[in-house]
Design a protein around this ligand. Structure first.
Ligand code: SF4
Ligand code: SF4
Length: 407
């Protein structure tokens, strides 16, 4: 069930915030904005006022509540155990309930609620890809679905395990090469890979306060994935994995894993054959992996098995990239400042390459590091290359294909 300000958060509950200020030290938005209203505890206080009716939802509270990346750093830090990011999201939901049909909300809701509606708007995805290419230098090809069949058999062996690949929206449209590498590596390691035409996981809607629409997407995805007999679900995106595990998607029968987590915990992959030349790699841990999933090592562990790869230590650890869904559009300057901090740390690590597991982080960091010539990739792409699979993928797809998508 969605976390609701009306049902889960009482005034008594919010008194658990003792205003200690611990959350202030870890909030990237506060560090950049430098004003108390942007602080996590300020937004918790505002949520309390909205819950009691002392403050009515409206543009003022909305703009304060929008000052959050839902990174979860404050929640991880709070000594009272308050789920600060979820309280902020629940307060946004209260605003959405009061003004459910504003034009912006309607467009946003319909774009994410319909299965790949974005792709049906003529020219829209081409423009999106072009804009991404201009900002980042990444050349993104056709969307992943046209490149990957519904069902891919493992290479030359009986399947060890039947895996459902939850292919999220951003990878689908903007990073199709990542999707190809994920499928290629899983097949190489003995998995049969099923790639159902998934709906958005629902996280963008949930954090925008559209809890009902997010819940409907989750149910549709649940029905879709249940129709295949899968042993596990894998996603290349830490945010999808965070949202799906939070909502207990496929609990027990189809556990959900982030790609590098799956490799480390389930497949225990053999050391690849090929060395990656001059690979000093910084492993950027996205917030939803670190704070949301509380996973800290899988990227480093996967990168660490690649011959020749040296993991660079990021001074102070990974910092938030400032993406946060629409945050980077609505608060461009703040987002740019947060991103600068993140990439400065990466640069000072001496890395010649970055590995991360979030499409949004990939796009943000790639754009910022473009002039430094430091590429950003998914660990699946590195492993794919190291197993000598890159360049062979099209042939493999032809041979391993057992079904086509209707789209
Ligand atoms: S860390 Fe928790 S208790 Fe302390 S001010 Fe922040 S929200 Fe309140
Ligand atoms: S979730 Fe992140 S951005 Fe939002 S208030 Fe907490 S620390 Fe700040």
């Amino acid at each position: 069930m969605a976390f609701s300000l009306k049902e889960n958060v009482t005034r008594e509950y919010l008194k658990k915030c003792v205003r200690c200020g611990q959350c202030r030290y870890v909030c990237p938005v506060l560090a950049e904005a430098g004003r108390e209203s942007a602080s996590p505890r300020g937004k918790v206080y505002l949520a309390g006022l909205m819950q009691s009716g002392e403050v009515k939802p409206g543009p003022g509270p909305d703009s304060i509540l929008s000052l959050c990346l839902t990174c979860g750093a404050c929640t991880a830090e709070c000594p009272s155990g308050l789920p600060v990011d979820r309280i902020i999201t629940a307060a946004r939901a209260l605003s959405a309930e009061v003004r459910p049909y504003s034009p912006g909300r309607l467009i946003f809701r319909h774009l994410f609620s319909s299965q790949h509606l974005i792709g049906r708007i003529p020219g829209f995805t081409a423009v999106l890809r072009r804009m991404t290419a201009l900002a980042t230098g990444l050349s993104t090809g056709r969307p992943a679905r046209s490149r990957i069949p519904l069902r891919c058999l493992p290479e030359n062996k009986k399947p060890l395990i039947r895996v459902g690949y939850f292919l999220g929206c951003a990878t689908y449209y903007l990073l199709p090469e990542v999707a190809e590498s994920v499928v290629g590596v899983l097949r190489h390691l003995g998995c049969e890979v099923v790639v159902p035409p998934a709906y958005c996981c629902g996280l963008p809607l949930e954090v925008a306060g559209e809890a009902d629409s997010a819940r409907k997407l989750l149910e549709r995805n649940r029905r879709l994935f249940k129709s295949f007999s899968l042993d596990a679900l894998v996603t290349d995106c830490s945010s999808c994995s965070y949202h799906l595990t939070e909502k207990e998607f496929g609990l027990h029968s189809q556990p959900v894993y982030e790609f590098s987590e799956f490799l480390v915990k389930v497949l225990n992959p053999p050391v690849p054959g090929r060395e990656l030349a001059a690979a000093v790699i910084a492993c950027h841990e996205p917030c939803h992996l670190r704070y949301g999933r509380k996973l800290q090592d899988p990227i480093r562990q996967v990168v660490g098995i690649i011959p020749g790869a040296k993991v660079a230590k990021i001074p102070g650890g990974s910092a938030c990239c400032g993406g946060g869904g629409t945050f980077s559009i609505r608060h461009r300057d703040l987002s740019a400042g947060i991103l600068r901090q993140c990439t400065q740390r990466i640069k000072s690590s001496g890395a010649r390459m970055v590995a991360t597991v979030c499409p949004s982080c990939t796009i943000q960091i790639t754009g910022s590091l473009k002039s430094s010539g430091i590429p950003v990739c998914h660990p699946a792409q590195l492993i794919h290359q190291s197993y000598g699979l890159t360049g062979r993928q099209q042939d493999k797809n032809k041979h391993g294909q057992t079904g086509k998508h209707e789209k």
